[in-house]
Design a protein around this ligand. Structure first.
Ligand SMILES: [Zn+2]
Length: 199
């Protein structure tokens, strides 16, 4: 349990690998806020259509109604004046603008809870997560369990051969691995990455 300020906004980040329970933890916090009758809005990148277009859904199929957004500008447009708590899932897909946007909301007095991957499938820091972690008041790093050996796992091993950093997937495309069992994928060619999505 965090000690939270009573007269200010703040940023919470829930990070970790795939299958570490980030979305479940986000949903848990948001449901507690709803129980307390706080006004909550939930967002996720439009890109993430794995389970449902208008819900935030964890791999364990807990869900919460959410609004799809393409980036930080749309987030700021959609946050209503009466909203007290903003939850954002898969925040790593929203580009660098999400960091100042989260700061704007927190500075306005909102509680901003962001969940996302802190490393990509190569094990590299996944911007904007490192920047978001730097400016957040509260950080939790969730761990999965390595499917190979049972150690705590903080890597997402891609087990299908598809180019590009952004392959949205679940079990079947990725599995959690520990540091020892993670097999780094070869570095990308110049044409492989697709940053245009997030400009
Ligand atoms: Zn392992």
């Amino acid at each position: 349990m965090h000690l939270t300020p009573s007269n200010s906004g703040w940023i919470e980040v829930i990070c970790g690998s795939m299958f570490s329970g980030k979305t479940e933890e986000l949903i848990r916090r948001l449901k507690r806020a709803q129980i307390a009758r706080q006004r909550v809005q939930v967002f996720k990148p439009r890109l993430d259509r794995r389970y449902d277009e208008v819900h935030v859904v964890s791999h364990s199929l807990q869900k919460l109604v959410s609004e799809p957004i393409d980036g930080a500008d749309e987030l700021l447009e959609k946050v209503l004046p009466q909203t007290q708590v903003v939850g954002i899932d898969e925040v790593q897909f929203l580009g660098p603008g999400i960091v100042p946007a989260a700061q704007t909301l927190a500075n306005r007095g909102l509680r901003v809870i962001c969940a996302g991957l802190d490393q990509d499938y190569r094990g590299h820091p996944f911007e904007p997560m490192p920047s978001l972690l730097a400016v957040a008041e509260f950080i939790d790093k969730e761990l999965a369990i390595c499917v190979v050996c049972g150690n705590p796992a903080n890597k997402s091993q891609r087990i299908v051969d598809v180019p590009g950093r952004v392959v949205v997937g679940g079990l079947g495309e990725y599995e959690p691995r520990c540091r020892r069992c993670f097999v780094p994928v070869p570095e990308p060619t110049e044409t492989e990455e697709q940053p245009a999505l997030f400009k």
